[in-house]
Design a protein around this ligand. Structure first.
Ligand SMILES: Cc1ncc(COP(=O)(O)O)c(C=O)c1O
Length: 412
């Protein structure tokens, strides 16, 4: 294990060709990592190598290229299992991303197991990806949705009534690990343990956590865990769903087609066991191969070190932003993940983002796909800076200077 002190974050930065450019004549400062991360050369080269040397369809051919493609694809599955410490590669289903992983669980486990009168428990922090699929499922089954409340601008969950909330008729509890709009880190292991005691199945949305801190799904005790490759230095369009094996094998297929069958007759089809049962049709093959390279890259740095660096940058940003007047900062004061959401008095978040862009700083402004949470907090949108290991303290300092300039522009 490397010591945090000797990691050269500036050197790692050079692995990302995209960061070395000017935007509007200013050096790019990319602080939109919660939306998507940038890709290191190792990932770009893995994709190029695959397309230049190994491209073929998987699981079908017995020729050399097909074997190479299949081996690369299945090696990526095994690597994904170790990345989140799943007990077996058979517990990893490749998906297009977190959104598809959650929709898969809703459409298969949910449709099979939920009925009118049951309750799906969510939190008020959820991304639309962990909200809308459950609303659709509720409409189809007659199940109801309940929410663990959020305390206010700090964006932490009010867990004072959690045991009362985790009671019949709750059958399923889906929760975000790290909130993409507040930076809250939820105590998912504790919540999953409480749910499990009551026989409630759990899903953890790991979109913002998987690439930022060590994840161990067995220690977490969740039944399902979903994440996206593009937020962890991998390609877009690929992600993974972890599911406990006995649950996956008891679930009906998600989509029908080639690759997911044992045998097909005109009247009847026998399906493969998990995970292939859930991967109908030709999958994204380069995606898992790029994702494999990304996971190797991140773990060579160490996600414990990445997490510390993320938190240092976020704490530094919060401290400096807090020194400004006329600013409202969202998110927890303790144990904040690597992002900060804020609003300047009488300046729309989109204006902040547009002006920051002119200064070369890439932020995000909007509801961050958490519209109900924004409504609850009485705002329409926030501006958000989100960090990753290739960001530096100097970039954070410059970002805060840019925010100060924007305030001056608006006469504050
Ligand atoms: C917390 C959270 N959940 C789910 C998602 C959806 O991820 P994707 O669009 O990659 O499916 C995101 C994306 O921003 C997110 O931040």
């Amino acid at each position: 294990m490397q010591d945090a002190k000797i990691i050269d974050w500036y050197r790692l930065r050079r692995d990302f060709p995209i960061l070395d450019q000017q935007v509007h004549g200013k050096p790019l400062i990319y602080l939109d990592n919660a939306a998507t991360s940038q890709k290191p050369r190792a990932v770009i080269e893995a994709l190029t190598h695959y397309y230049e040397r190994d491209n073929a369809n998987v699981h079908r051919g017995i020729h050399e290229l097909s074997n190479r493609a299949t081996n690369g694809f299945e090696a990526a599955r095994a690597r994904t299992a170790t990345f989140i410490n799943a007990a077996s590669a058979d517990e990893i289903v490749f998906t297009r991303g977190t959104t598809e992983g959650i929709n898969l669980v809703a459409a298969t486990w949910g449709l099979k197991n939920l009925k009118a009168g049951d309750v799906i428990l969510l939190t008020e922090l959820e991304h639309h990806s962990n909200l809308v699929p459950w609303q659709l499922l509720a409409q189809r089954t007659g199940a109801k949705i309940a929410y663990v409340p959020v305390t206010g601008d700090e964006g932490t969950l009010d867990l004072s009534r959690i045991d009362a909330l985790l009671a019949p008729p709750v059958k399923f509890f889906s929760m975000v690990h790290i909130s993409n709009s507040m930076g809250t880190v939820n105590p998912v292991a504790e919540l999953c343990a409480r749910a499990r005691k009551r026989g409630i199945i759990t899903l953890v949305d790991g979109a913002q956590s998987a690439g930022h801190l060590p994840v161990d799904v067995q220690a977490m005790g969740c039944d399902f865990f979903a994440f996206s490759g593009h937020k962890i230095c991998g390609p877009t369009g690929i992600g993974a769903l972890y599911g406990r094996q006995e649950l996956l094998n008891a679930m009906p297929p998600y989509q029908g087609g080639g690759e997911m069958i044992l045998s097909v007759g005109y009247d009847k089809t026998d399906f493969k066991p998990a995970p292939h049962r859930f991967e109908a049709g030709t999958p994204d093959i380069s995606g898992p191969i790029g994702l494999h390279a990304a996971m190797d890259y991140l773990d060579a740095i160490g996600r414990d070190h990445i997490w510390r660096h993320d938190q240092e940058l976020a704490n530094h940003a919060c401290e400096k932003l807090s020194a400004l007047n006329n600013i409202r900062i969202f998110g927890p004061k303790q144990n904040r993940a690597g992002l900060v959401s804020f609003l300047l008095k009488e300046v729309h978040a989109h204006e902040v983002v547009t002006l920051a862009d002119q200064a070369g700083v890439a932020l995000r402004g909007g509801h961050h796909c958490t519209q109900p949470l924004m409504h609850k907090l009485g705002v329409e949108s926030t501006a958000r800076a989100s960090f990753y290991f290739y960001n530096t303290q100097a970039e954070v300092d410059h970002f805060v200077e840019v925010i100060r300039e924007i305030q001056k522009f608006f006469g504050q």
